[in-house]
Design a protein around this ligand. Structure first.
Ligand SMILES: O=C(O)CCC(=O)C(=O)O
Length: 450
């Protein structure tokens, strides 16, 4: 079984990445061979011209049942997949999805099987599993793009609209009208990474503005005993790995109605409860779905609430978070509390706590302006991968007219320099983050004197 953290991640976001790579070189060779055949037969020089062509479909059809692909899912990834959905029916075919440079999908989102009218309805399945045959490390590069948490919305939609029967009749038209998804999350992954997504998780593909092909082979996995109809209205029916990690305890009576609402709306789930408390993990709807940082735990006791952001807002600020929530939602119930956290934009929250004020030394010294004292601060981290935090840092630096350099890697580094007052404003904001560590170097820069 997967551990609790992973189970909550799948439950809340609807997908999971397996970083430990599987061996993909043979599979990649097969796909490259199929592409070469197309080029040879059609004489095209740009595969984009062949993206939806018959020759490309034909070449893929020739290899889609090749055991090299099937053993990825049925052998190499079997244990991992079973840890989430239990034993599954051996997969017999794959969908080879290469997204060529320049390729653009014009659809907003979909769940599989209902995209187009078909002569026959493909059978239902529990999840899709994709294996990356090449690095896909940048965004806007044909990325598999998900709408984290939206599987809960689809479940709700299904409960009121008749589930599978509705989709069979209307395809995605009503659902798309009713469920606007906003911006998706473009997954980046290295070659050999596997991604597993819930069957009900809306997804799409980002345009490929890069110069590289994006290669993923997709498998539809069906858990043994899966009931493709009732799973539309009870989406965890065949997910023992997730169910076992989610609370086994019945919801405490005092919070039962609120917890049910929190869980059906996909805001989060109860983790555990005791005599006088209930712990809920809330899905943070802003920023990037990160295994740790995108979950917030809330402890609700008879005396109040306690938050824990699992690596985003620093511990010392958690109590302030509760106070801000209570300012916004006086007399908050557990549900209101979960809703506030889920919607809370941490960037705006920190800016609210430490507002920008045009302090005298804003920015670098200008030749035409007498300079204030300048300084430079550098932080180093064990790792720095977060795209959203880096973007936030750049935004703050731009606002404060500071120079910034970020190394997103392992180890990671952040350095800012400019007017002393602005550097200290930046530092005050920075201190609100979980990264709240002391700068390893603070070096005053000699003031520019012209
Ligand atoms: O190419 C991809 O990554 C996505 C493919 C997809 O959405 C699908 O096959 O349903």
């Amino acid at each position: 079984m997967i551990n609790n953290l992973l189970a909550h991640f799948v439950h809340d976001h609807g997908y999971l990445l397996r970083d430990k790579p599987v061996e993909i070189s043979h599979a990649k060779t097969l796909v490259d061979g199929a592409m070469s055949n197309v080029v040879e037969k059609t004489g095209v020089t740009n595969m984009l011209d062949c993206a939806n062509s018959k020759p490309w479909k034909k070449e893929r059809a020739k290899i889609r049942k090749h055991k090299t692909f099937l053993s990825l899912v049925n052998v190499d990834l079997r244990e991992w997949i079973e840890s989430v959905v239990g034993p599954f029916v051996p997969v017999k075919s794959t969908h080879i999805a290469v997204r060529f440079p320049g390729e653009v999908w014009d659809e907003e989102w979909h769940i599989d099987n209902f995209v187009t009218e078909r002569r026959y309805q493909p059978s239902e399945f529990t999840c899709i599993v994709g294996v990356y045959l090449a690095d896909n490390m940048e965004t806007s590069a044909g990325n598999f793009t998900v709408f984290p948490g939206a599987h809960h919305r689809v479940e709700n939609f299904n409960r009121t609209n008749g589930g599978l029967a509705h989709f069979l009749e209307h395809k995605l038209s009503t659902a798309r009208e009713e469920m606007k998804m906003g911006k998706g999350w473009e997954i980046v992954a290295r070659a050999g990474t596997a991604v597993l997504a819930h069957r009900m998780l809306p997804h799409t593909v980002a345009p490929n503005k890069s110069e590289d092909n994006r290669y993923v082979v997709w498998f539809r996995v069906t858990a043994r005993g899966y009931d493709g109809e009732s799973a539309f209205t009870n989406i965890w029916e065949s997910w023992p790995g997730v169910c076992s990690a989610l609370s086994l305890k019945p919801h405490p009576e005092a919070h039962a109605a609120e917890l049910a609402k929190i869980e059906t709306l996909g805001l989060g789930a109860m983790v555990t409860c005791g005599k006088d408390y209930v712990d809920v993990r809330v899905r943070h709807a802003h920023g990037e779905p990160n295994l740790f940082a995108s979950m917030v735990s809330v402890r609700c006791t008879s005396t109040g609430y306690r938050f824990h952001t699992n690596g985003y807002i620093c511990k010392a600020m958690h109590a302030r978070m509760v106070n801000t929530m209570l300012e916004d939602t006086p007399g908050a119930s557990l549900f209101a509390c979960a809703e506030w956290i889920s919607r809370c934009n941490y960037e705006e929250l920190i800016e609210r706590w430490v507002p920008y004020t045009d302090r005298p030394s804003a920015g670098r010294a200008q030749p035409d302006r007498p300079s204030a004292e300048e300084t430079s601060v550098r932080w180093t981290f064990h790792h720095l991968h977060s795209r959203s935090k880096s973007a936030m840092m750049r935004k703050w630096a731009a606002e404060m007219k500071l120079d910034i350099s970020i190394i997103r890697s392992k180890p990671g580094q952040l350095e800012i320099s400019g007017g002393k007052d602005m550097v200290s404003l930046f530092t005050e904001r920075f201190k609100c983050l979980y990264w709240n560590k002391k700068p390893v170097m603070v070096c005053p820069i000699p003031t520019h004197s012209t």
